[in-house]
Design a protein around this ligand. Structure first.
Ligand code: MRU
Length: 372
């Protein structure tokens, strides 16, 4: 999407690959919205750390990062022994997979890269195939988001007030976004929309990333405290909820997404507000049989006990701002910090996919058209 910083507009993807330097290039999301910087990782371990530490985050974005990371690791191998190369690629795969456990997209993306490498008859050939496959994954991911936009735009009437949780926008993908794709498509068709961005404690991806993204794209929006959604729904101020997901179970239609998504689904159900989940095909897990089996990432208690922000003169250059972590909670208290929750199928109105909008329990029957 286009980014305007200090009056200059340029197109950026969230993640891309610099083949000459064997480096993964990433928008440094921890600095947004106060600073816009690009960060490069020069080996697969640094790429895994960038995923774990959330320089890049959002299921499709970490999938493309992992795909590039696998190609990066493969390309760093020196030698011609295919067995040793295979063992090295397996170690790279496991390192990247372990970075964040809940999203299935990185595993699906890396499996796609590994399958594309298999016909290569030499290390060199497999290295070239790995990079081509990672590029193809990134390209397909963008195409999937565009298709989500085309299918989802019809759900958004002029004047609609849409609630979204966390960031499932273009920063969470390679480009365009999942939950935001229908919003951008409706905007391109000339409809005015207002978006409520859940703040999304503890890391505030809604207040920082979604709000910045919507501001960049000129979409009317307001940040709300996570606890405000029920009140707005009760007063008839929310027409539609659209969220992303880190893992959708193809067998049951359950979805894992940022902690607090389940709460919003319960509230939407209570107020008869449509609740949609927008996903590329890489987010579908065709093997797990129950939502309770989805690995839920537990993150550092510091995220709950405090908050990150910036201090300085907000009216002057954004680079004058200084990032800061402040302790909020009682100093002697600990915290529990599950990063995701699971929403059952019966609370979901529809899943917006690149192939159309389906009921959650329809996915399994449609598995052939959905890449299952
Ligand atoms: O912890 P994060 O910021 O990676 O969580 C992101 C989300 O929960 C998104 O909603 C999800 O990855 C879908 S992104 C299209």
């Amino acid at each position: 999407m286009n980014v305007t910083v200090a009056g200059r507009t340029r197109h950026f993807r969230t993640v891309w690959f610099d083949a000459e330097n064997n480096a993964v290039q990433l928008i440094e999301q921890r600095l947004l919205p106060h600073q816009f910087e690009i960060s490069a990782t020069r080996d697969f371990r640094a790429t895994a750390t960038a995923i774990r530490d959330m320089i890049v985050r959002g299921a499709p974005a970490i999938a493309a990062t992992a795909a590039y990371g696998l190609a990066q690791g493969a390309r760093a191998f020196r030698g011609s022994n295919l067995a040793k190369f295979a063992a090295h690629v397996e170690a790279v795969f496991q390192t990247l997979k372990a970075a964040r456990p809940t999203a299935v997209d990185p595993v699906n993306a890396m499996n796609q890269v590994r399958a594309a490498m298999a016909p290569g008859e030499s290390v060199e050939e497999q290295q070239a195939l790995a990079l081509a496959a990672a590029e193809q994954f990134a390209q397909e991911s963008v195409a999937h988001c565009e298709a989500i936009g085309r299918h989802g735009a019809r759900l958004i009437r002029a004047g609609a007030r849409v609630l979204t949780h966390c960031n499932a926008g273009w920063l969470a993908c390679v480009d365009v976004g999942t939950a935001t794709a229908p919003i951008y498509a409706a905007q391109a068709q000339g409809r005015k929309i207002h978006v409520f961005c859940d703040e999304t404690r503890p890391r505030c991806q809604g207040a920082t990333l979604t709000a910045w993204e919507l501001a960049q794209q000129g979409v009317s929006h307001q940040v709300i405290a996570d606890n405000a959604a029920g009140h707005l729904m009760q007063r008839g101020e929310v027409d539609l909820v659209i969220v992303g997901s880190d893992r959708v179970l193809g067998r049951t239609g359950e979805i894992a997404n940022k902690i607090g998504t389940y709460t919003k689904a319960v509230l939407a159900h209570r107020h008869r507000i449509p609740f949609y989940v927008a996903i590329p095909l890489s987010t579908i897990d065709w093997s797990l049989r129950a939502g309770a089996d989805i690995p839920i990432e537990e993150r550092s208690e510091d995220e709950v006990l405090g908050a990150w922000g910036a201090v300085g003169n907000f009216k002057s250059q954004i680079s004058n701002l200084k990032s800061l972590y402040v302790r909020v909670a009682n100093p002697t208290s600990g915290a529990r910090n599950p990063g995701f929750d699971v929403t059952p199928a019966e609370l979901i109105t529809g899943i917006i996919t690149p192939a159309g909008i389906f009921k959650p329990r329809e996915l399994w029957r449609r598995r052939h058209e959905l890449g299952g």
